[in-house]
Design a binder for this molecule. Structure first.
Ligand code: PLP
Length: 377
């Protein structure tokens, strides 16, 4: 791939050198962590030391960390577990990632949608009223509220939601895929019952994540077979991926970056050029900027920026490569902007020059779009 400016960390961060090193070392490790001989025991030791590192990231005891194939599976495991434990009504925020929305829809029980305001923040008055109306015959109320949104970066009032949920003996699931290693938050600080994370958003390899759970949650056996992950998820563990995840988690907890200053520095120029910053009044992830240019379709912006060597996303990047109007912006009542917003997201390896290069490319792109529109009119 030609060198360019990569500002799509919320889709997938570049793998940190520490993680590459740990993956490579783990691949050289002979043995299956379930084998009792010396090689197996060495592999097991590596697995358990990685579990301790990921436990530090999520803020729970290592014994409650279940490795999964990523954030999607961790979210599904939480929802399936709540339904198996008797929840008959799931409350899901309107801005959840598709892995939560689709798993809830597929669960076969009633799903209520927790609305957000125009800043993209969950409406806790609505949640309080809904919890008060909860019928005991519907089992424990289950609430999914993500820690920070993947498109806007808007940080959610998870602790306040947790207090409401606990007062109703409910189950709070937090999708912390975008927040882990980027925000000073963990499952303990917000008292989540289940908490999902994924390695590739914080500089680990793709295809590995984890779910941690508290004392009020019980997990289903999601995959049948061997007794791996204390019988909760059968199948030989992805040791290289898990070792890389642990190395990235350690680095993410240790390092800080200056993305917030660079992002906020870029905003004045972008707004002067006609950009609208989505969720600007809310607390957001440091490196995330959701930006609309009215009338300019998001996918065309992404293509134009790509031609200029700048890689960003249009709202939520879907696996098909196609872009649909963002359900997050629709939920915020921004129907007129939902098809023309891009997401710019930096992280651990981003530099001030990357943000400056983005601004320059964006200005050139929007100027030529405006000039074309004027000449066509
Ligand atoms: N949850 C959020 C908020 C995400 O942004 C993503 C990925 O974009 C996921 C879950 C899914 O994680 P994974 O790609 O590891 O399955």
């Amino acid at each position: 791939m030609r060198p360019g400016i990569y500002l799509d960390f919320n889709a997938g961060a570049p793998v940190r050198p520490e993680a590459v090193e740990a993956v490579t070392a783990a691949m050289a490790q002979v043995g299956n962590p379930s084998s009792v001989h010396g090689a197996g025991r060495a592999a097991r030791a590596l697995l358990e030391s990685a579990r301790t590192d990921v436990a530090a990231l999520v803020g729970g005891p290592a014994s409650t960390v279940v490795f999964t194939s990523g954030g999607t599976e961790a979210n599904a495991l939480a929802i399936e577990s709540a339904v198996a434990a008797g929840s008959r009504r799931l409350i899901i925020s309107a801005i959840e990632h598709d892995s939560v929305i689709e798993a809830a829809r597929a669960s076969g029980v009633v799903v209520d949608v927790l609305p957000v305001d125009r800043h993209g923040i969950a409406d806790l008055d609505w949640l309080a009223a809904r919890l008060s109306d909860h019928e005991p015959t519907d089992g424990r109320p289950f609430v999914a509220l993500m820690a920070a949104n993947n498109e806007t970066g808007v940080i959610q009032p998870v602790l306040e939601a947790s207090e409401l949920v606990r007062a109703h003996n409910g189950w709070l699931h937090v999708d912390a895929v975008q927040a882990a290693g980027r925000l000073a938050m963990d499952s303990r600080s917000v008292q989540a019952d289940t908490y999902a994370v994924s390695a590739h958003k914080l500089g680990g390899p793709q295809g590995v994540g984890a779910l941690t759970f508290g004392p009020r949650a019980s997990l289903v056996r999601r995959q049948h077979g061997g007794g791996q992950e204390r019988g909760r998820r059968a199948g030989t563990e992805n040791l290289p991926g898990i070792a890389g995840f642990a190395a990235a988690a350690r680095a993410a907890l240790r390092d800080r970056d200056d993305n917030r200053a660079w992002r906020d520095g870029a905003v004045a120029d972008l707004k002067a050029g006609g950009a609208i910053v989505i969720g600007e009044a809310a607390r957001r992830l440091d490196g995330t900027l959701c930006l609309a240019f009215p009338g300019f379709p998001a996918e065309r912006q992404v293509m134009a920026l790509d031609l200029a060597g700048v890689m960003v996303s249009a709202g939520a990047a879907c696996s098909s490569g196609k872009v649909k109007a963002s359900h997050v912006l629709l939920a915020m009542g921004l129907d007129d902007l939902a098809g023309c917003a891009i997401r710019v997201s930096g992280g651990w390896s981003t530099t001030a020059k990357d943000w400056a290069g983005f601004v320059e490319a964006w200005q050139a792109m929007t100027s030529s779009y405006t000039a074309r529109r004027a000449s066509a009119a």
